[in-house]
Every structure is written in C-alpha cells, then in structure tokens.
Design a protein around this ligand. Sequence first.
Ligand code: CA
Length: 249
Amino acid sequence: MKVSAFGLTDVGRRRESNEDDFLLEPGRGVYAVADGMGGHAAGEIASRLAIETLREVLQRNETSAKPMNAEDAAEWLRGAVVEANRRICDSIRLHEERRGMGTTVVALVHSGKDAVVGHVGDSRMYLLRGGELARLTSDHSWVNEQVKLGLMNDDTAQRHPMRNIVTRALGSRPDVLVDLTSLQIEPGDVFLLCSDGLNTMLADEQIHALVLAHHHDPEAACRALVDETNRHGGDDNVTVVVGCVAEIA
Ligand code: CA
C-alpha cells in the first residue's frame, strides 16, 4: 500500500513561538501530530518529547523484523504514547519551571491496509473517502463533552471561549488513557492529522473542500490548509499531515 505524504507546521499569525510538532515516516507507516501547551518553552518541550519518543520507540521496534498486524500496531502505539507520557511527567518532576506543560498527540500507524489511529487531547484525524470527509477522533475537550451531552452544537463549540480546554493530555497524570480505533485504509483514501489551530479557524466544510481539491497532492493540500487558516486569522499554531493512499496498491 503506497502512501505519499507531507507535513507542515506554521506558527500562525498571533503567536510568537510554535509549540506544535509532527512526525512523518511514510516508509514505516507512522504519522503523528502533537500540540504542546504550558507556555512558550515548556509547550515546545512537551510536544517534542512526545514526537521524539514515538520516533525512538519506532526505531527500537524495527530490530524485531516481523511485520505488524493491526493488534500489534495498536499495542505498539499505546505503549509509545504511555512512554511519552512518562517521559513528560519525569521532565516536569525534574524541572520546576515546566510544571503545567503537556501535549496532545494524534497518530496513525498502518501496516498494509491494517491501520490504527490513537489520540489523547484535541488534535484530530480526518479521512476523505469516496468524496466524503469523516472525523475519526473525538476531542478530549470541555466543549466536546458539552456537545456529547447535547448541551452545545458543533458551531457554538468551535467559537466558544473555552474551546482550548483539553480534558486529557500527556503530562497531566502518571497514567494516560489512549483512545484507539482500528480501520482499513483503501486506495484513494486521503487522511489528515491536525492540531486544533486548523479546526478552530476552519469549519469541517472548508477543510473538506481543500482536501478534496488537492486529494492527489499532499504538499498542495498542506499548503492550502495552512494558508487558508492564516487567512482566517491564524490565531494559533497550525500543523497538518496529509497522506494520500495510491489508487493502485
Ligand atoms: Ca493548539
């Protein structure tokens, strides 16, 4: 299953530093986005620790050469995120000034058609298939809890002043619950991983139109998404990873 992929991160129009990070390993079938929080240096450290840990665990795994099935991929991803959480918590214990830092993470791992998406926090994965865009992750955020309880609709949630409050993140507790969903990827699929800097500035319909317009070209899709986000104000750092699954496997 051949995937062509691209990733792009941008500071946006209002922030001075970029606390987002991403991982792009098409050869190994691993993609991730992390959105750090906790102010300036600390947020950058948290997201970098998360991404570095995924990369390290991935390299360690390669010594065992057997190809991963869906179950292995899910266990691998859960283990990598748990380890990232432990490292961030350790770092906070050792450095008083890092107290309060944390990060989200969303990752897609696949071996052939078998794929698993895992996430903690409000970074998202979308999938374009057959012209339709679906959101495959459910934000761990205060506003999404209100949406799920039927107390708020998506539009209100997107504009709500408390939309940045995440209810689950790496770095906040010694144990972390990772939401995992398995799926089969198909030729022609386009997946998008993003930080909330994208989807707080653009509605899903706008994201859909841009991904659809560039569904053969991940770099063009990333550039269009980041440009449009910044045109709408660029209030936050924005990170996108787009992967196009080749039509002919
Ligand atoms: Ca953010």
